[in-house]
Design a protein around this ligand. Structure first.
Ligand code: 2AM
Ligand code: CA
Ligand code: CA
Ligand code: CA
Length: 283
């Protein structure tokens, strides 16, 4: 099969270039940026580095592909309604780039080296390229639809655990405190006794990359957006794993409540979450 090439510029090469450039710049700004903004509450932060990195990525992509559509967290309004309408505006595009310039901003703000750049390309709604870059470890995860997933050129494979009891599972704490946090705490309470242990990484994109590499057996989180999930979803699919929403439906761009696993433990994790009523809702 041919790589995805348009007038000798590979989509994947552009995605990698953007992720690497943005990642280096983000890392160079660690601890030295000047302004910290609060989006909704002190649980939800954004820095000038998030905004600058998204601009850099958008500029690079549109220089190569001026007629492509672009969906980025920092150029989308705040909240589920804004995210849904932004996605609605672009999801019919022939080519759509979906970008989270820093996934794990809270970690970044605190100097905890668990954050990433996430870049995906969808063709008519189907993700064909996914790239996640972790600047702290210089780990670059790349997937192309139907061609596998690689970390620095080495093929990735999901983990082998067949049962929840042997599994290391990650989730995230929702920033919304009234409904979603208690809901997911109930999920953690239900899942924790059934698994080897629970982690929260603080970057959904990195958590998905870790499921793809087999470092985690599975991951679930509520209230995410396309830019958190698109690239990591393809990494997992191309590494042999499975990604659905919390109702068990296959991944699509509108999925916000996600279960992502090595495949073997998927139904078991889904059942435990379902029994705990962790199906999520749009907030
Ligand atoms: P971010 O760092 O790009 O904002 C942590 O549990 C995960 O939740 C991160 O991937 C984080 O992405 C995301 N996140 C942070 N604030 C959020 C919010 N208000 N709504 C939904 N997801 C959020
Ligand atoms: Ca954010
Ligand atoms: Ca994010
Ligand atoms: Ca972000």
């Amino acid at each position: 099969q041919e790589p995805y090439i348009v007038s000798s510029k590979s989509f994947t090469a552009v995605a990698i270039n953007c992720a690497a450039k943005a990642g280096e710049w983000i890392k160079s700004k660690l601890g030295s940026y000047e302004k910290l903004d609060i989006k909704v509450s002190t649980h939800d932060l954004v820095t000038e580095v998030d905004k600058g990195a998204e601009k850099l990525i958008r500029r690079l992509i549109l220089t190569h592909f001026p007629d492509h559509a672009f969906l980025g967290e920092e150029s989308t309004g705040i909240g589920a309604a804004a995210a849904a309408s932004a996605l609605h505006d672009v999801e019919e595009s022939e080519y759509l780039w979906i970008v989270d310039p820093i996934d794990g901003t809270t970690n970044y703000v605190h100097g905890l080296p668990l954050y990433s750049v996430s870049i995906a390309l969808a063709h008519k709604g189907e993700i064909i390229v996914g790239v996640i870059y972790d600047p702290s470890r210089d780990e670059l995860y790349v997937a192309e639809k139907g061609k596998g997933a690689y970390v620095h050129g080495v093929p990735m494979k999901v983990s082998k655990e067949q049962k929840l009891e042997d599994s290391l599972i990650a989730t995230g704490f929702p920033t919304e405190q009234t409904v979603l946090l208690p809901l997911n705490l109930a999920g953690i309470q239900a899942v924790a006794p059934r698994v080897r242990n629970i982690r929260t990484i603080g970057s959904a994109a990195l958590s998905l990359a870790y499921v793809a590499t087999g470092r985690l057996s599975g991951f679930w989180e509520l209230n995410l957006n396309a830019w958190d999930l698109a690239a990591g979803m393809l990494l997992i699919q191309e590494s042999g794993g499975r990604v659905t929403d919390t109702a068990g439906n296959p991944y699509h761009l509108g999925v916000r409540n996600v279960i992502a696993t090595n495949g073997h433990i998927h139904d078991e994790l889904h059942t435990v979450l379902e029994q705990a009523n962790v199906t999520g809702m749009d907030l």
